[in-house]
Design a protein around this ligand. Structure first.
Ligand code: GLN
Length: 253
């Protein structure tokens, strides 16, 4: 099997080790003998994006988002919308997630338009949400608790067509108010989980790989299990640390 990954805006949008998401996808494919290829896509490139199965983009500062917002208003935004309509997979973290909604309004500066892939909008708030988070996300017919780290001033709100990626068990999530984290549209996921997200959440990494392989090879794709004891113990250690700080409501996990 083969998986073709496009890594968007790698040089500007890569805070808190977000590049680790790409490394994890690649390594988990290689361990299974899946032929995986990563192409980086920077600002100003215009070539088609219809050959990719999976898109990954990271977070960045407000100033980096200006150029990305502008770029997404052109060919890259059009190609991304088409790819997602054709069931390609997309994972966008924080700064890029915000620009896949309708807009991001920074505290200082002009409103940055997004591409409205998600029915969501983001406005900078008076303080940053910073800390370890746990988010409960549906994966096929199960619910999985993802661990991550958030650091954002933007408050994201979902519109009537918006669907969250998951529910916040610990942390502020999209806006500190409604209990939601992230957004999902078809196979596109946006969220605030840095850390990076995928190395210590192997179930979610495999979910994205499975969806990506289905995009290329059709239904019926299944993944050989891997020995995840190191990843699982990293995840368990994070959950324990959060629990010890008393931030988890009893019965929540
Ligand atoms: N500028 C955004 C915010 O602070 C994005 C931050 C990020 O990507 N970490 O809300």
């Amino acid at each position: 099997m083969r998986l073709s990954i496009c890594y968007l805006y790698a040089s500007g949008m890569n805070v808190y080790g977000d590049r680790g998401n790409v490394l994890t996808l690649v390594q988990r494919c290689r361990w299974r003998g899946i032929d995986v290829e990563v192409t980086e896509r920077g600002i100003g490139e215009r070539t088609p994006l219809d050959a990719f199965d999976l898109f990954v983009a990271g977070g960045g500062q407000d100033r980096d988002q200006v150029a990305v917002s502008r770029d997404l208003q052109g060919e890259t935004g059009n190609w991304l919308r088409k790819a997602v309509e054709n069931d390609a997979v997309l994972l966008a973290i924080c700064g890029t997630y915000q620009l896949l909604g309708r807009y991001f309004q920074p505290a200082n500066g002009e409103r940055l338009p997004g591409i409205a892939m998600f029915d969501a909008w983001t406005e900078a708030g008076p303080r940053r949400f910073i800390g370890d988070v746990i988010v409960r996300v549906p994966i096929d017919d199960r619910e999985v608790d993802l661990v991550g780290f958030e650091n954002h001033s933007g408050r994201t709100f979902l519109g009537p067509e918006g669907r969250p990626m998951g529910r916040t068990i610990v942390g502020a999530g999209n806006n500190g108010e409604d209990g939601y984290e992230g957004a999902r549209y078809r196979n596109a996921f946006g969220c605030y989980l840095h850390g990076p997200l995928l190395p210590k959440n192997p179930d979610f990494a495999d979910y994205l790989i499975r969806l990506g392989l289905r995009h290329r090879h059709g239904e019926g794709v299944s993944l050989a299990p891997l020995d995840d004891h190191v990843e699982d113990s990293a995840r368990a250690a994070m959950i324990e640390r959060i629990r010890r700080r008393g931030r988890v409501k009893s019965g929540a996990i």
